[in-house]
Design a protein around this ligand. Structure first.
Ligand code: FAD
Length: 385
């Protein structure tokens, strides 16, 4: 049997490309196979509405990419990736037409939270100071010997709490609780679920340490830079190449799968050890999400000025735990010289029916995005000019 590649990677999402680059840097010959016509998986962008209006298909805001110890070692800027840092990473619109904001500056964030400012600073400041150490702990496989156990313990104790519990315990007033919940809601876990605080803490400290930047031109810019770097290192990427079974793969020493457990079973099921196969079969996907993309002829008319300056606006309530949550996004992607505005509304963990979600979107947009949507909701918006 003639070995054609040292490694084949199935799937060209950001993780597949990162794995391929790691191998190529170690002088291995690598082939990435992608089922879609476009590479990138969840980090793709395309004209989904009108010509010239570029929308991200999934991921849009990238604190963890910007803070990733691995990505920092790659020459992605040289290959066309430009990070846009909005004035304010995140704003949480409040009912009185003001907003609670996650600023880059922790003092500024604490100052607007009035009585809760001290508690906010006590929680986030030590974590932000330790971002370099903590990010290397989070952004590697879960099971490992921690190199920074004390920093990790300081993070881990509040992180295991449900976001609702921690927010209510630490904060007395609505703005701080709402801001914390809005950040935690990015996990798409119910806010009353254990460990949902971890997401608020990681994304909160990332907001202060590295911001919540957006790639100019959309998330595809990250993918394209990764793929270009892989090619520079001698790797190959083949699109429109769906892998249906192991026998169809080119001969290689190793195969890496950047696919979901269910997809993996379909491809390799008959070759997997029984117990591993059973474990994969027990994997359950979270409830589905969907998003609605709009092309806009003007910016979203937020009442709160800070929402207009924020890369993203997220809305959620800790007091009333929604089983259904709704996200709003706004983005302005400048691909050519003209800046375009797009908005997408994303609904997640929809215990509500699609028709309720549609109604919610419609009602909320009639309210010109300025008042409270009729269900407890997360509202995201982003700006990528
Ligand atoms: C709506 C939404 C919004 C998100 N927003 C953000 C955000 O703002 N910021 C953020 O950091 N993250 C966000 N995420 C998460 C982010 O998109 C994922 O974490 C990321 O894409 C995971 O990358 P991956 O490489 O593991 O897998 P994926 O990106 O899923 O890539 C897997 C790839 O494998 C390919 N594939 C699957 N089966 C086969 C096969 N049989 N043969 C060949 N190829 C195959 C797929 O086509 C796909 O390209 C969001 C996710 C969603 C769904």
């Amino acid at each position: 049997m003639r070995i054609e590649y040292d490694a084949v990677v199935v799937g060209s999402g950001p993780n597949g490309l990162a794995a391929a680059i790691t191998l190529a840097r170690a002088k291995c010959s690598v082939l990435v196979l992608e089922a879609n016509a476009m590479i990138g998986g969840g980090a793709r962008s395309a004209e989904l509405t009108l010509p010239g209006f570029i929308h991200d298909l999934c991921s849009a805001v990238h604190p963890l990419a910007a803070g990733s110890p691995f990505l920092k070692t790659l020459p992605l800027e040289r290959l066309g990736l430009t990070w846009i840092q909005p004035d304010i990473p995140l704003a949480h619109p409040l009912d009185d037409a003001t907003a609670a904001c996650l600023h880059r500056d922790i003092d500024l964030t604490a100052a607007q939270l009035n009585a809760d400012g001290r508690a906010y600073r006590r929680l986030l400041e030590p974590l932000e100071r330790n971002w370099e150490n903590l990010s290397t702990e989070f952004l590697q496989p879960m099971l490992h010997l921690p190199r920074h156990p004390f920093a990790l313990a300081r993070f881990g104790i509040p992180a295991v709490c449900p976001a609702t519990l921690l927010a209510k315990f630490l904060f007395k007033q609505h703005p701080a609780r709402a801001l914390f919940a809005g950040i935690a809601a990015h996990s798409f876990l119910p806010l009353e679920a254990p460990v949902s605080s971890a997401f608020a803490l990681v994304l909160g400290m990332a907001g202060h340490a590295v911001g919540w930047p957006i790639p100019r031109g959309g998330s595809q810019a990250i993918t394209n830079a990764l793929a270009d770097h892989l090619r520079e290192l001698g790797g190959k990427v083949d699109t429109n190449h769906r892998v249906d079974n192991l026998d169809a793969l080119p001969k290689s020493r190793a195969v890496l799968f950047d696919v979901s457990p269910c997809q993996f079973i379909r491809i390799a099921g008959n070759r997997l050890p029984k117990r591993y196969h059973e474990r994969l079969q027990r994997f359950r996907h979270a409830p589905g999400i969907f998003k609605v993309d709009y092309a806009l002829n003007s910016p979203v008319p937020w009442k709160a000025e800070s929402c207009r300056r924020a890369g993203m606006s997220a809305r959620s309530r800790v007091e009333k735990f929604p089983s259904a949550r709704l996200c709003w996004w706004r983005s302005k992607v400048s691909l050519t010289k003209r800046a375009h505005r797009v908005v997408n509304i994303r609904c997640g963990r929809t215990a509500m029916s699609h028709s309720t979600a549609r109604l919610t979107c419609r009602t909320a947009s009639k309210r010109r995005l300025s008042g409270s949507p009729p269900v407890s909701a997360i509202v995201f918006s982003r700006d990528t000019a």
